[in-house]
Design a protein around this ligand. Structure first.
Ligand SMILES: *[C@@H]1O[C@H](CO)[C@@H](O)[C@H](O)[C@H]1NC(C)=O
Ligand SMILES: *[C@@H]1O[C@H](CO)[C@@H](O)[C@H](O)[C@H]1NC(C)=O
Ligand SMILES: *[C@@H]1O[C@H](CO)[C@@H](O)[C@H](O)[C@H]1NC(C)=O
Ligand SMILES: *[C@@H]1O[C@H](CO)[C@@H](O)[C@H](O)[C@H]1NC(C)=O
Ligand SMILES: *[C@@H]1O[C@H](CO)[C@@H](O)[C@H](O)[C@H]1NC(C)=O
Ligand SMILES: *[C@@H]1O[C@H](CO)[C@@H](O)[C@H](O)[C@H]1NC(C)=O
Ligand SMILES: *[C@@H]1O[C@H](CO)[C@@H](O)[C@H](O)[C@H]1NC(C)=O
Ligand SMILES: *[C@@H]1O[C@H](CO)[C@@H](O)[C@H](O)[C@H]1NC(C)=O
Length: 391
């Protein structure tokens, strides 16, 4: 394994602990995380012409780069004001509604509506990571009320050591489909870093080893069960079923069981410079994911499930990856070198991520909570968003 893929693994291993840890002390942690967030970045109050960066710095307009969109009819979420500084240039975004981790679900429809109002000005597609805390229904209800042209990949986040996690989320997804129909659902993703977690828990690293095959059998049973569930709803031809994992952790039989695969590809954790990050991401994804998938009989469509650049670290030790800093300036470089180029190349990617996640920072520190294009309060960071509108 190259050092690059080891770092991709590291990122993913942290993600596992994020999820497991999320069950502990969530409410208090969010409060702490918000406190940390507020101390991090001061907006200056420059107030001049209306370019993206001026708005990001200056907080002059009352539209979405400045927090919560204004509705001309307060009772109709579809009447939100569009922000001229936002452009529908992203293929897709990675998204988790705040407060969507068990046991204490603190998410709200109001909050998700505001997220959707902002995200719909950046992209037509988002992906979720799991289905706990009613998040599938919340997102679909928000799309309905805002009347935006958006699709969501619903997701089931099974864990190897708890078989009830899969069925619990399957039933939430099923109920959401029954309520909202499929018009705004792009697919159902079963498994997030399942193979990585399984291998890690069993002291292995090769997804196609004997231990990998054991983990794959559990995951494929869940994938098959989701197909059966959709089939009983007469939706097996309507909704594709996929899987997401760290870029180096796809088991071949798992890929043969899905319609699409989503791969985390993180230049930050590969310790490459931000200047080479976009090219590294494109090459890693092509060689590790696209080419192998194209050789399989079912030719699953491959996407980049996560890529991005952190803007801050809560500790000095993670303030850079050995090659470049976590900073808004470097996020800007990655945006400028990746987004429009990937669009032109026809790469399907989910930019990581929509907004900062204070609970991750409170739980894990380092850069984990600081990958958003927006602060957790939906104020745009000091960045200029790419303008290469996708059709
Ligand atoms: C969840 O909420 C319950 C009831 O309010 C509380 O007793 C418990 O400590 C909370 N757990 C966490 C992890 O926040
Ligand atoms: C949003 O959060 C950022 C970062 O903590 C802060 O600088 C900004 O003032 C906040 N904006 C609003 C409108 O609260
Ligand atoms: C702010 O909101 C008010 C009330 O909805 C509106 O009249 C005004 O045009 C908005 N200003 C900007 C800069 O968007
Ligand atoms: C889930 O969210 C939807 C949309 O807001 C709501 O209608 C439904 O009551 C919620 N279900 C639960 C169990 O909270
Ligand atoms: C999953 O479904 C495929 C196709 O029907 C089948 O060949 C395979 O044996 C099933 N695997 C498991 C683990 O259920
Ligand atoms: C699925 O299609 C079959 C055959 O057309 C029909 O009998 C059945 O009621 C449908 N089931 C659902 C859940 O729509
Ligand atoms: C990557 O960078 C991190 C942070 O500086 C460092 O801890 C780690 O050892 C580096 N890994 C490699 C393989 O260079
Ligand atoms: C786009 O494709 C070119 C040519 O293959 C490649 O050099 C570049 O790295 C790709 N960039 C992205 C962001 O996909």
């Amino acid at each position: 394994m190259s050092s690059s893929s080891e770092k991709v693994q590291t990122r993913s291993q942290r993600s596992k602990w994020i999820i497991i840890g999320s069950v502990i002390g969530l409410l208090g942690l969010i409060a702490i995380g918000v406190g940390v967030g507020v101390g991090v970045s001061k907006n200056n109050s420059k107030n001049s012409s209306k370019t993206s960066s001026d708005t990001a710095n200056g907080a002059t307009s009352n539209s979405s780069s400045n927090g919560n969109p204004v509705q001309s009819d307060p009772n109709d979420p579809s009447t939100f004001e569009k922000d001229p500084n936002l452009h529908q240039s992203f293929y897709a975004l990675a998204y988790t509604p705040a407060g969507s981790q068990l046991p204490n679900c603190t998410n709200s429809l109001e909050d998700v509506i505001e997220d959707i109002q902002v995200m719909s000005q950046l992209t037509k597609t988002v992906r979720l990571y799991g289905a706990d805390c009613n998040q599938s229904a919340l997102v679909l209800e928000a799309i309905k009320q805002t009347k935006v042209d958006m699709q969501v990949y619903l997701a089931n986040y099974p864990t190897p050591d708890d078989s009830t996690a899969y069925t619990r989320q399957r039933d939430e997804i099923k109920a959401a489909i029954q309520t909202y129909g499929t018009d705004h659902i792009a697919g159902v993703t079963v498994g997030n870093e399942f193979m990585l977690n399984y291998l890690d828990a069993n002291g292995a690293t090769d997804p196609n080893s004997a231990i990998g095959a054991q983990g794959a059998a559990i995951l494929i049973a869940d994938i098959n069960d989701t197909r059966s569930t959709l089939s009983e709803m007469n939706l097996s031809k309507t909704l594709p079923v996929g899987n997401s994992d760290a870029g180096s952790y796809f088991n071949t039989q798992v890929l043969e069981a899905v319609d699409y695969g989503m791969a985390n590809v993180h230049p930050w954790f590969a310790n490459v410079t931000v200047q080479t990050a976009a090219a590294w991401t494109a090459e890693f994804f092509e060689e590790t994911n696209v080419q192998p998938a194209a050789l399989l009989p079912n030719t699953p469509k491959m996407y980049i499930a996560e890529t991005g650049w952190p803007t801050f670290s809560s500790d000095a030790g993670n303030a850079n990856n050995g090659a470049s800093d976590a900073s808004e300036a470097n996020l800007q470089i990655f945006l400028d070198t990746f987004v429009c180029q990937a669009n032109q190349n026809g790469t399907g990617y989910f930019f990581f991520e929509f907004k900062d996640e204070p609970w991750k920072d409170a739980e894990f520190g380092g850069v984990e909570g600081w990958w958003g294009l927006f602060h957790s309060n939906r104020t745009l960071k000091r960045i200029q968003l790419p303008n290469c509108v996708l059709n």
